[in-house]
Design a protein around this ligand. Structure first.
Ligand SMILES: NC(=O)c1ccc[n+]([C@@H]2O[C@H](COP(=O)([O-])OP(=O)(O)OC[C@H]3O[C@@H](n4cnc5c(N)ncnc54)[C@H](OP(=O)(O)O)[C@@H]3O)[C@@H](O)[C@H]2O)c1
Length: 242
């Protein structure tokens, strides 16, 4: 699916960061793009930056009824990319378990909700790109629940790749290392962010963090190459190779 002319792509988290870079790339390849997030103004600003191929739909992907309304509004879907979600850090003793539940609500169940309502709208040749993170394969401090979430998304992606293959719908997972220039929300203060960046750079063989363009190029490859299926693709400068 290299040429995306006339295709419809839904990108959750498409208003900022990784999702926005992917939306820009897919629009540049000819796709119509639907940007999904909770904050309508931010989405509208992103859509007008992309141009006439982009539109926005405000929805909280953790809320099933809002995701149903999103896909009810669409004639069909060719590409689904699920980048909505934030991050949370805490030790096992200090992090209230409910905070991990909240993280799963948007970032894991959001992806399930989107797949559940998008798949019936997808035609043969469609592609899904889920978004996890390298937390299940490399140690990220104070991130036990997030690590579990990354592993859960990877497992879901591989399982769905097999389930949906008979319908010629491919499923792959983008697994970013630490990516800068995003608006990611977390509970870390400035010194916590600095520590995380230092730890990530030290753990990364390339000794630098990534940028949203790196993830957009990788997501496009997962969409365009019609023999990629069931892949978990780390975009991490080699962090998980160590
Ligand atoms: N940046 C990294 O280093 C990194 C590493 C590994 C994984 N990731 C994952 O990659 C994804 C993209 O992150 P990013 O770094 O690009 O951060 P970002 O710029 O904050 O993007 C996240 C987007 O998701 C939207 N969002 C969050 N919760 C949502 C919900 N419940 N429903 C709908 N939209 C929601 C946000 O918009 P609203 O707030 O307006 O809804 C925002 O536009 C996230 O899942 C993140 O956890 C990021």
């Amino acid at each position: 699916m290299g040429d995306l002319s006339g295709k419809i792509s839904v990108i959750t988290g498409g208003g900022t960061g990784i999702g926005l870079a992917i939306a820009e790339r897919l629009a540049a390849e000819g796709s119509e793009v639907v940007l999904v997030g909770r904050r309508k103004e931010r989405l509208d600003a992103a859509a007008s930056k992309i141009g006439p191929r982009a539109r926005s739909f405000a929805a909280d992907v953790g809320e099933e009824s809002e995701v149903r309304a999103l896909f009810d509004s669409m004639p069909h879907v060719d590409v689904l990319v699920t980048c909505a979600g934030g991050a949370f850090f805490g030790t096992i003793e200090n992090a209230p378990p409910d905070r991990w539940r909240e993280l799963f609500h948007g970032r894991f169940f959001g992806q399930i909700n989107c797949c559940h309502y998008a798949v019936p709208k997808m035609r043969a040749g469609g592609a899904i790109v889920l978004c996890s993170g390298i937390g299940d394969s490399a140690y990220v401090p104070d991130y036990a629940g997030g690590a579990a979430l990354c592993g859960a998304v990877n497992a879901m992606g591989k399982n769905l790749a097999v389930e949906l293959a008979p319908r010629d719908i491919r499923v792959n997972v983008l697994s970013p290392g630490l990516i800068g220039d995003t608006a990611i929300e977390s509970n870390l203060d400035e010194s916590g962010v600095t520590k995380l960046f230092e730890a990530a750079i030290n753990a990364t063989p390339l000794r630098r963090i990534g940028n949203p363009q790196n993830t957009a190029d990788a997501a496009y490859a997962l969409i365009a190459n019609d023999y990629l299926n069931g892949v978990v693709l780390p975009v991490d400068g080699g962090w998980t190779a160590t």
